[in-house]
Ligand binder design. Structure first.
Ligand code: FES
Length: 170
């Protein structure tokens, strides 16, 4: 009885070796690419979070006051600090109003009583855009929609603000 030895030829050896090394290299490239594609989907974007804007409810008056705060924003793989602002006051029903200062015309920043000719209104200096105190755009001025309204919560006597949404949706 003769035992037949299996010989691996040089050509076969090279084929096996190159296939193995190629497979490792392909896997090494594919795994990070897959991770990059899937990772942002699994991560919490932070959208919908409420931020403590460091304003006590008892300090909110009927006079709109501008408040500024920062949030950490995660956009895919890019993390950044974003400045946010709001005009906050209590209306005639003692309800807290928090408006975005971003003009609905072309995005300039509105200010409370920013024009001497138009007291008791929000004013946008870019194209003389005007809004009533309740955030509604004054007809005949460039803005065609009311100021956006921040989602809000009160926790332990402090004001927390979320995303700004079109009036009626917040
Ligand atoms: S950007 Fe505000 S009026 Fe044009």
């Amino acid at each position: 009885m003769s035992e037949k030895k299996q010989q691996v030829s040089r050509r076969q050896f090279l084929n096996y070796t190159l296939t193995g090394v190629g497979g490792f290299m392909a896997a090494g490239m594919l795994v990070p690419m897959l991770r990059m594609a899937v990772d942002p989907v699994l991560k919490d974007t932070g959208a919908g979070d409420f931020a403590n804007v460091s304003l006590a409810i008892e300090d909110i008056t009927t006079e709109p006051q501008r408040i500024d705060w920062k949030i950490n924003q995660v956009d895919g793989w890019y993390e950044s600090e974003v400045n946010k602002s709001a005009w906050v006051f209590k209306d005639e029903n003692d309800e807290i109003q928090a408006f975005s200062p971003v003009c609905k015309h072309l995005g300039c920043v509105v200010s409370w009583e920013g024009s001497e000719q138009h007291p008791n209104e929000f004013f946008c200096p870019c194209h003389d855009g005007r809004y009533y105190k309740d955030g509604t755009n004054v007809p005949g001025t460039p803005p065609l929609a009311p100021l956006d309204v921040y989602e809000q919560e009160v926790r332990d006597g402090m004001l927390f603000l979320g995303d700004a949404r079109p009036k009626g949706e917040a």
